[in-house]
Write a protein that binds this ligand. Structure first.
Ligand code: ATP
Ligand code: MG
Length: 572
């Protein structure tokens, strides 16, 4: 688990520290992550998860996973399962020795209903029977106060009767709503008698047809927090204007004795805005539905299932979240920060291996037919204790096509006729010529090797060469499908203003190549990660890779190829 900046202070920690000093919560820290199960989690949710679970972890508290499933229409069990899976994958737990803190807001429907009756009884809520249009017209604007509903002064008895009949299913959708009775002239529009219950004859994924009235999110959320004894309710900035209502409703219910004081404190932080990505659930769904990507877990997707399949580690995402920190003001985070956290996490972990992604045959003409010798290379250059890997060299090898030029450009030090290079961990060879097909394409390169030049032998040092290329033995190498992934969008802000994010899709975000990898990778397991020298970090695809038939996804290149180029040119 990453702790790089865990100790770094931020405004949320300051609040918790102060609460611990004053004894406000008796040192208790209880947070929650409250996704609506209406889609797959994305990188933005990773931040919310890291903030909520991370804060609880760091203060010895607990974070609840709560499904905010108060809206019957769009919610599905499929999403619930995936969200649970992702929270655990990210390395967090909602389990304490006493209890599993996994909750569903829909389990509170009866309590939420009873609380609404309490509000009615206190004269703090009423049933409004205006049409939706009238309600909207009477809400006022930012500069004009709203107008009281003609139903605002219904008696408690009349309100209770109507509300109970709403619950009993006597009315059609949209005929009545229950509203909090606060102030139609409030400068904060959210306090102009917000709706708290509406009629919806809809089937709910957990409560079935038990209810035909459903609480509004803004009403349900503070109650859910209070029911669960949350101390610090950490949410994103768009809820800032809702905080006065959050406090109002909990204050009312505390006065009525339903909750004790202090009631939970809502604290807002800036949501993650990441360049070259989108985090709108609707747009992510569009990419899937319209088949711009191959499903929710396509390795190009900024969904957590996509990032996992791409090869991101949970630790890299935690490291990223630690590095970006939490702040009160919104700002953009560059994709390169995410990618760098990934590299920093993978570099010490990933074993090294050789892969030739764009194979060209190299024939060592003076190497005896049928002979082979073992070559050795470290599993990891910085950790000798991880041992050596062994792979054979033989007469015919695969090298990268880009490592040969028939007519070398200035500054090219790799293979060209007459030049010498070192075959990494093997011999020095001198290029003697090449074969072409009828169209002039190079089909094979020829060379001779120097028998006394083998890496690790005294003779090796007598050869001074500028080029050092990687290779695999053609008859021993393992064929592998390699999927070279890159950023999904070419534009850092595909979503901004009037832009259509589909126009910014990177057509080269996925390229598939038939590659050769060193034979030792035969039993590489799905989700195993590796650094292919010179090429980047790769993971064996969790769905498609199989022993003997590996499929690799490029997680990230070794260096940031986007930084130097203008965004339009794309990366490689
Ligand atoms: P919706 O529009 O469907 O509500 P949402 O992205 O807010 O979408 P939720 O399931 O409600 O989805 O999100 C759960 C939690 O994750 C919320 O508390 C929300 O504030 C937080 N969250 C969502 N997107 C981001 C983001 N980009 N950065 C940080 N937190 C986020
Ligand atoms: Mg939301």
């Amino acid at each position: 688990m990453s702790t790089e900046l865990n100790a770094a202070s931020n405004f949320i920690r300051n609040i918790i520290d102060e609460d611990n000093r004053s004894g406000k919560w008796g040192q208790r820290v209880e947070t929650r992550f409250p996704p609506e199960p209406n889609g797959y989690l994305h990188i933005g949710h990773a931040k919310a998860i890291c903030v909520n679970f991370g804060m609880a972890r760091d203060y010895g508290g607990v974070c609840h996973l709560r499904f905010d499933d108060t809206n019957p229409e769009k919610e599905e069990t499929e999403y619930v399962d995936s969200i649970i899976d992702m929270v655990k994958w990210l390395g967090f737990s909602y389990q304490t020795p006493q209890k599993e803190h996994l909750y569903f807001a829909s389990d509170y429907f009866e309590q939420l209903y009873q609380a609404a009756e309490i509000l009615i009884q206190r004269g703090s809520a009423y049933v409004d029977s205006q049409s939706a249009d009238d309600m909207r017209a009477n809400r006022g604007t930012l500069v004009e106060p709203g107008k009281d509903s003609p139903f605002r002064n219904r008696t408690v008895e009349e309100n209770l009767d109507l509300f109970r009949r709403m619950r009993a299913g006597e009315f059609a959708d949209g005929t009545h709503v229950l509203r909090a009775k606060i102030d139609m002239a409030s400068p904060n529009i959210n306090l102009r008698d917000p709706a708290i219950y509406r009629i919806r004859h809809a089937h709910h994924h957990r409560t079935g047809d038990a209810w035909c009235i459903y609480p509004m999110y803004t009403y349900a959320h503070p109650l859910e927090d209070a029911i669960e004894n949350i101390t610090h309710s950490l949410c994103t900035l768009e809820f800032e204007d809702q905080r006065p209502f959050y406090d109002w409703v909990l204050g009312e219910l505390a006065d009525a004795g339903m909750f004790s004081r202090p009631t939970p404190q809502q604290i807002e932080f800036a949501r993650l805005q990441l360049t070259y990505a989108i985090t709108s659930k609707r747009k992510l769904r569009q990419l899937v539905d319209e088949k711009y990507v191959d499903g929710w877990d396509d390795p190009r997707m900024p969904t957590l299932v996509g990032l996992r399949r791409r090869g991101f580690t949970p630790e890299s995402l935690q490291l990223f979240c630690d590095r970006i920190g939490v702040a009160k003001s919104a700002s953009w985070i560059d994709m390169s920060i995410l990618e760098q956290a990934l590299r920093d996490d993978l570099d010490p972990k990933a074993p090294r291996a050789t892969a030739v992604l764009d194979p060209l045959k190299l024939i060592i003409d003076n190497y005896p037919q049928g002979q082979q010798e073992d070559c050795h290379a470290p599993v990891h250059p910085h950790f000798p204790e991880r041992g050596m890997r062994t792979f054979p060299i033989s007469r015919e090898l695969w090298i990268e096509r880009e490592d040969f030029q028939a007519e070398p450009v200035k500054g090219f030090f790799r293979l060209f006729p007459g030049n010498k290079v070192r075959l990494r961990y093997g011999y020095v060879v001198e290029c003697t010529g090449f074969d072409t097909d009828a169209d002039g394409n190079v089909t094979a390169v020829h060379c001779n090797y120097f028998e006394d030049s083998r890496s690790g032998t005294p003779g090796a040092d007598t050869y001074k060469v500028k080029g050092n290329i990687h290779w695999v033995s053609a008859s021993h190498a393992l064929a592998a499908e390699v999927r070279i992934y890159d950023r999904l969008f070419l534009d850092p802000n595909p979503d901004a203003g009037e832009k259509n994010f589909l126009d910014a899709l990177n057509p080269n975000a996925k390229r598939v190549t038939q590659a050769y990898v060193e034979p030792g990778m035969l039993n590489f397991a799905p989700d195993d990660r590796v650094q292919f020298e010179r090429h980047g970090y790769f993971v064996a695809d969790r769905h498609d890779s199989a022993p003997g038939k590996p499929v690799f996804n490029r997680i990230v290149s070794l260096k940031d190829s986007w930084a130097v180029k203008p965004a339009k040119g794309g990366g490689k």
